[in-house]
Design a protein around this ligand. Structure first.
Ligand SMILES: Cc1cc2nc3c(=O)[nH]c(=O)nc-3n(C[C@H](O)[C@H](O)[C@H](O)COP(=O)(O)OP(=O)(O)OC[C@H]3O[C@@H](n4cnc5c(N)ncnc54)[C@H](O)[C@@H]3O)c2cc1C
Length: 428
């Protein structure tokens, strides 16, 4: 083929990129295209996304190519560029959200109308969503049987980055947003993601099984934002972790990600509707939700998690479970309200993972024990035994003895500057 457009969306890397690798193998000139779509709100992720695009452009330029950037509707912009260049085909990575699927359908119609070949490639998950089906069902509703099937499934090979990308002559590359000011948050992009992966494999993975719930010490990979934007490939992460000490427990979590992708594919309403209906008298008290968002519920472990999220665009998984369970089970605020706030702020917020987990926490999702309610104080004592995590994010409590850090309402006198608990905790 002469010219192929590779439409990139949330697969911002050159390593192990099946669509890009195939285009480079088949076509004389390859046009990697990213369309900034005003319909997608990147919210707290804009800075990370901009850095990922800058990094990808640099990697493609090193290989003789470029990242072509446009703004507008991705289907219209792809068609416009294809017409300008006389491209014969569009390659892109298949994705699962309702929006991504609609975009794929529209792209298929437009390509058919313009006699362009459209090919969809894997790469967003390890095992393609929908590839594994239980007998008598279209997707797995329970994790453990999925994990079993997933562990035995055939895998595609992990691909190297292309040596050279030859761009069609005369393409206007388009401008990227300038890099923002320095910041202390996770830097976006494939280079940073690969660096983190290397460091994690060498220094973190072996302690994962014991350490993943350690709240103050953050002994998890922090690869999720890189997986979210495809800066690292989930297949490569899984392949490189497998067989190493700590690898099993870690790869199981990567499988949870694939699990929610196949749930989201089968149930596109995941962000909007109960996956498993549950009668709850949701509390529409806006003030309780607002106190939760701002980290002033009076429950230190919850406030610490929420303040970590606001400051870093990040929250430890254990804190996500505690804050999510508290919002939906204790305050009885609807899971959609919690999920929207996470979607606003989390660097890794992703439709299948965010909404799948929120529904799990609220008991409307894939939990086989939907009545499970976490006791936040017990969780705090277990996973933050010295109160270090709470002290870091709730400085009002920093000078107190550990018992008071976890249960300040037991102090003889109320603490100035820290709220009384929004709801009393029973022992459940
Ligand atoms: C209420 C709630 C909302 C969440 N929202 C998101 C979200 O929007 N995006 C997101 O990526 N994760 C989400 N998670 C899952 C989990 O908290 C994060 O994936 C994890 O904290 C990321 O940190 P890590 O990369 O250090 O994880 P590690 O422990 O190092 O795990 C490695 C990878 O496995 C995957 N993974 C781990 N746990 C889960 C899980 N429970 N479900 C699905 N995949 C998982 C992630 O891709 C992660 O990067 C949510 C969890 C809860 C309870």
């Amino acid at each position: 083929m002469e010219t192929v457009i590779v439409l990139l969306t949330r697969d911002l890397r050159v390593h192990d990129h099946p669509a890009l690798a195939e285009a480079c193998a088949r076509a004389r000139s390859v046009v990697p295209l990213f369309v900034q779509d005003p319909a997608i709100r990147a919210r707290g992720r804009q800075r990370f996304l901009n850095e990922a695009l800058q990094d990808l452009r640099a990697s493609l330029r090193e290989r003789g190519g470029d990242l072509v950037v446009r703004r507008g509707d991705p289907v219209e912009e792809t068609m416009r560029l294809a017409a300008e260049l006389g491209a014969e085909a569009v390659f892109t990575s298949a994705d699962v959200s309702a929006y991504a699927r609609r975009r794929e359908r529209r792209l298929a119609e437009a390509c058919a109308a313009h006699r362009l070949l459209l090919r969809l490639f894997p790469g967003v998950t390890v095992v393609p969503p929908g590839a594994l089906q239980p007998t008598g069902g279209d997707h797995y509703r329970v994790f453990t049987p999925y994990w079993r099937a997933w562990s035995g499934a055939a895998r595609r090979p992990v691909l190297p980055a292309p040596d050279a990308v030859s761009l069609a002559p005369g393409v206007e590359p388009g401008e990227l947003p300038p890099p923002g000011p320095p910041h202390g948050m996770l830097p976006g992009g494939e280079t940073a993601g690969r660096g983190r992966l290397e460091h994690w494999l060498a220094h973190g993975l072996a302690g994962y099984a014991e350490g993943h719930d350690d709240l103050p010490r953050e002994r998890t990979s922090m690869l999720s934002p890189y997986l979210r934007f495809g800066c690292v490939s989930p297949s490569e992460v899984a392949a490189r972790a497998e067989g190493r000490h700590g690898g099993d427990a870690f790869v199981r979590q990567i499988c949870w990600r694939d699990f929610y992708y196949q749930v989201a594919l089968a149930f596109p309403d995941l962000p909007r509707r109960d996956y498993r209906e549950r009668q709850v008298d949701w509390n529409d008290d806006g003030e309780a939700a607002q106190a939760w968002r701002e980290g002033r519920t009076g429950l230190p472990i919850v406030d610490a998690g929420m303040r970590q999220l606001a400051a870093e665009g990040w929250m430890h998984n254990r804190a996500r479970l505690i804050t999510g369970s508290y919002l939906t089970r204790r305050l009885k605020v609807h899971w959609r309200i919690g999920g929207e706030h996470f979607a606003d702020l989390l660097l890794d917020a992703d439709i299948p993972d965010n909404w799948g987990n929120w529904q799990w926490v609220a008991g409307t999702g894939n939990d086989t024990r939907p009545n499970r309610v976490l006791n936040p104080v017990r969780q705090a004592k277990k996973f933050d035994p010295d109160g270090e995590y709470v002290r870091r994010y709730v400085p009002e409590l920093a000078g107190l003895p550990v018992e008071a850090v976890h249960e300040p309402w037991k102090l003889a006198r109320p603490l100035p500057g820290y709220p009384a608990p929004l709801v009393a905790l029973d022992n459940g």
